[in-house]
Ligand binder design. Structure first.
Ligand SMILES: Nc1ncnc2c1ncn2[C@@H]1O[C@H](COP(=O)(O)OP(=O)(O)O)[C@@H](O)[C@H]1O
Ligand SMILES: [Mg+2]
Length: 293
């Protein structure tokens, strides 16, 4: 065993050297197709971006790196929860002034973000052919990352349904408010009408454990009565002043105050989701589904 050479030490032209060179040139065949998780909600302000950024950070801490795309194209603010300041955004890509790879912002804690524009109606209503172009450009921008987290726009626009509905897993982020639950149900219904095999995971944000469970039970009751849609409860995240402190410090909460109640809940949520992503049956087809015209 002690005499084994690394391929780097092999003289050029030997069998091992040729194999190594060949396997590098065939690297694209081994390209990891990431498993995609969309954080979605019917109503804005439920905490999608906050949850998405902290889940991405927690995943990166587990496996090294994690990709996140701010898919709230016209009103993106996912970068704030990661303490990043994008110079180039999807607007530059949309206007053909940058490639998707140019936009990727690498954070020091392992999250690679594709940032969205802000206050851009044209981008918010991205036409289907641009989504197809996005699907074609994403694999190169994401590289070898195993997980892609999508921070979706709120609502039930065709574009949002298409992005969220193309993800391998959907995490519906609601709060215990009746309006957030009602809009969350409306989104789940719209997604289910497009895909009857859908499974939706639910987290109740800004909530105590009791209120979270009660909110989920209401949602599940309505979804069970009117739709044949399975919902899975992944727990609650408390309303925690540490969230605002982290935002001011420009650090993801799970890193800036890991012992805060919300950070503990988010790490537990990341563990549960990691387990679900690992056993994901329809994994790795996000790009294909997004590219269907
Ligand atoms: N668990 C929480 N505790 C306290 N504040 C929170 C929590 N989750 C989100 N927030 C705050 O709620 C606001 C909206 O969150 P955001 O993630 O931007 O919502 P969305 O992306 O769904 O529109 C932000 O000010 C955020 O800091
Ligand atoms: Mg948001």
């Amino acid at each position: 065993m002690g005499t084994a050479h690394s391929t780097e030490e092999e003289p050029r032209g030997t069998f091992l050297h040729r194999i190594a060179r060949r396997s590098r040139s065939l690297a694209f065949l081994r390209r990891t197709v990431p498993t995609t998780l969309a954080c979605a909600s019917g109503k804005g302000g439920t905490g999608k971006s906050f949850v998405a950024a902290n889940l991405a950070t927690a995943f990166a801490a587990r496996v090294g790196r994690c990709a996140m795309m701010d898919a709230d194209f016209g009103l993106g603010n996912g970068h704030l929860y990661l303490g990043l300041r994008p110079r180039l955004t999807l607007q530059h890509w949309f206007e053909r002034r940058a490639t998707l790879e140019d936009l990727v912002l690498e954070s020091s804690f392992g999250v690679d973000l594709i940032p969205a524009g802000s206050g851009l109606p044209r981008l918010a209503e991205m036409p289907t052919e641009e989504l197809v172009r996005l699907a074609a450009d994403l694999p190169r921008a994401i590289g070898q990352q195993k997980t892609l987290i999508l921070d979706a726009a709120a609502g039930v626009s065709t574009q949002t349904l298409r992005i969220v509905g193309s993800a391998d897993r959907i995490l519906l982020v609601v709060t215990p408010d009746l309006s957030a639950l009602t809009d969350g149900y409306a989104l789940a219904k719209c997604l289910w009408l497009r895909d009857r095999d859908l499974v939706v995971d639910v987290v109740v944000n800004k909530s105590t454990e009791d209120a979270g469970k009660r909110a989920f039970d209401r949602l599940e009751d309505v979804a069970g009565r009117f739709l044949d849609l399975p919902l899975h409860y992944l727990g609650s995240v408390p309303n925690d002043p540490a969230a605002e402190r982290a935002l001011r410090k420009q650090r993801p909460l799970v890193l800036s105050e890991p012992d805060s109640p919300a950070a503990i809940a988010l790490v537990a949520l990341a563990d549960r989701i990691a387990g679900r992503l690992a056993t994901q049956r329809r994994a790795g087809r996000f790009f294909e589904r997004l590219a269907v015209r």
